[in-house]
Design a protein around this ligand. Structure first.
Ligand SMILES: NC(=O)c1ccc[n+]([C@@H]2O[C@H](COP(=O)([O-])OP(=O)(O)OC[C@H]3O[C@@H](n4cnc5c(N)ncnc54)[C@H](O)[C@@H]3O)[C@@H](O)[C@H]2O)c1
Length: 317
């Protein structure tokens, strides 16, 4: 297996995974529309690190563009699709549900249709821990009910899982969907908590915890563990599968701030704000299925991961 079509390669997870593939001599063509959700310059920086590889190509374009996709699939023979492009983020999806469904759901249909037409049978796709909504059973397991997402973003990810399952049933496509749990690390999306808080604290600006008192908790996953999980699954694609990819550790928001403060050697000025619609109370991954079937083995604890992120931030500020 050599030729990979990666969607969203200019983004945070996409650029890290592209790097891993390129280092291992895969040929990677990525499509990315440099969605203005965050600064283009950050995505250009990600791409510039990939451009040093001869086996990398960027196509600036949109997965909503069926004609462009058709042209790409006609010109290239792909062994594997890695579909990471999406409108990410819970809160903005409440403001723009249509936009989220056009990219996340219709965009995924466009890719699946090109796979069907061009007999490309293998895909890895990003789903999200947000599909678990406010489920009470902890940790979250792949077999839990996920019929109650609480944001359009989460609903769009659940819809993508259903579509992938349908294309597996109809056309025998081998698709693995990954429910990523809050991913962080160098080049992380700037609107996410760790990046946002670290930047504000560094600049002596107050941070707002939108959960009343910092008691909500997340399973924060370091980017290298995400890349490891994705990479290990490449030669194990068989049927339609779903895996949680997390660290399997719950960190309270207030404790997260403490770890960031310690690494920056600065105290945060904290404002407590009201809980935001769409935000869940807790995420916590049961990763036993990924461990057993993929050999996934998360390694980076939050203290170590935040240290690595802060080191990168200081170097890149
Ligand atoms: N980062 C996380 O914590 C997390 C958690 C769960 C799931 N995910 C999922 O993982 C994937 C990658 O997330 P990320 O954090 O790297 O986000 P990101 O925003 O950094 O990367 C997504 C990339 O997709 C591109 N894109 C958006 N719309 C597009 C379109 N219409 N056509 C082509 N490209 C388009 C963006 O420009 C961006 O470069 C997404 O599917 C996201 O939903 C991320």
């Amino acid at each position: 297996m050599k030729n990979i079509f990666l969607t969203g390669g200019a983004g945070f997870i996409g650029s890290h995974f592209a790097n891993k593939l390129l280092e291992n001599n895969f040929h990677v063509i990525t499509i990315d529309n440099f969605d203005p959700f965050y600064k283009r310059s950050l995505k250009e920086k990600n791409i510039s690190l990939l451009c040093k590889y001869k086996n990398f190509k960027l196509i600036e374009g949109d997965i909503r563009d069926k004609y462009l996709l058709s042209d790409i699939f006609k010109k290239h023979e792909f062994d594997l699709i890695v579909h990471l492009a999406a409108k990410a983020g819970v809160r903005p999806s409440i403001e723009d549900p249509t936009g989220y469904f056009e990219v996340n759901v219709q965009g995924t249909i466009n890719i699946l249709e090109e796979m069907r037409k061009n007999k490309v049978s293998k895909m890895l796709i990003a789903s999200s821990s947000s599909v678990y909504g406010n489920n009470k059973k902890i940790p979250f397991s792949e077999s839990d009910n996920v019929d109650n997402p609480i944001s359009p973003y989460a609903a769009s990810k659940k819809a993508c899982e259903l579509l992938c399952s349908t294309y597996n049933t109809l056309y025998g496509l081998d698709i693995t969907a990954f429910r990523f749990f809050t991913v962080y690390g160098p080049a992380q999306r700037p609107e996410m908590a760790i990046a946002k808080f670290a930047n504000l604290i560094l600049n002596d600006k107050p941070i707002t915890l939108f959960d009343g008192k910092g008691s909500t908790s997340r399973d924060y996953t370091y980017i290298d563990d995400i890349v490891d999980g994705l990479y290990k699954s490449i030669d194990k694609l068989d049927g339609f599968k779903i895996y949680n990819i997390g660290e399997s550790q719950g960190i309270k928001l207030i404790d997260l701030v403490g770890i960031i403060e310690k690494n920056l050697n600065k105290k945060a000025e904290i404002i407590f704000g009201d809980k935001q619609p769409g935000d869940v109370d807790i995420t916590f991954a049961d990763v036993s299925k990924a461990k057993l079937e993929l050999g996934y083995s998360p390694k980076i604890k939050i203290e170590d991961g935040i240290k690595r992120y802060v080191d990168w931030l200081i170097l890149n500020k």
